[in-house]
Design a protein. Structure first.
Length: 191
């Protein structure tokens, strides 16, 4: 069974970022994957304090909701990390997640190596390229494999629901969701 986890880094539940991720996961499910969405909006994820204790223990000393999400990330074959653009970059919530998950992965012998990962970004108007790069660089740093789509996996919208009016953005999400399943299947069963 192929498992894909979508992590929505928006503090706004039910917003455009969540809708875009849901579109990709729906396509993944139609292609045969088991999918799950995690909303950071209802989680407490504190920023990394660079104590480096995880390098010695393999555990993060900060007690919050990161561990349960990190475990889901490890169990998944594919990860979608998504963020709206906040003042030209990713939200503090998703940044805290990737900083701490990245350190923990390194401490545990690079647990994300060779998994499939894809960034998704929603912008009102601009800042999507930098935000996309922030999320993309996490995957590349972790030795993950990033699939393409018909375009970068970005969409535009401000008010809740507006992202659905971006037909190209929604199509890109659907193609990405299917491409992730295809790529994971190839990795799991190379012919």
């Amino acid at each position: 069974m192929i498992r894909i986890l979508g992590i929505v880094g928006s503090p706004r539940a039910g917003g455009n970022t969540e809708r875009l991720v849901a579109e990709a996961l729906k396509a993944s499910a139609e292609a045969g994957a088991q999918t799950e969405i995690v909303r950071i909006s209802d989680k407490d994820i504190k920023p990394c304090d660079a104590c480096m204790s995880c390098r010695k223990t393999g555990e993060c000393k900060i007690k919050d909701d990161l561990e349960s999400i990190f475990n889901k990330m490890i169990e998944a074959d594919g990860l979608i990390l998504a963020s709206p653009v906040y003042f030209g970059s990713a939200t503090p919530q998703i940044k805290a997640l990737i900083d701490r998950a990245g350190y923990l992965s390194i401490a545990r012998n690079r647990v994300f190596e060779n998994k499939v990962g894809a960034p998704m970004v929603v912008a009102r108007r601009a800042g999507h390229n930098f935000t996309f790069a922030q999320l993309l660089f996490f995957f590349l740093h972790q030795g993950m494999i990033v699939p393409g789509s018909t375009y970068w996996s970005i969409a535009f919208g401000r008010e809740k629901g507006e992202v659905k009016e971006d037909e190209e953005g929604m199509l890109t999400a659907r193609v990405l969701g299917k491409k992730m399943v295809w790529l994971i299947a190839k990795i799991k069963s190379p012919s």
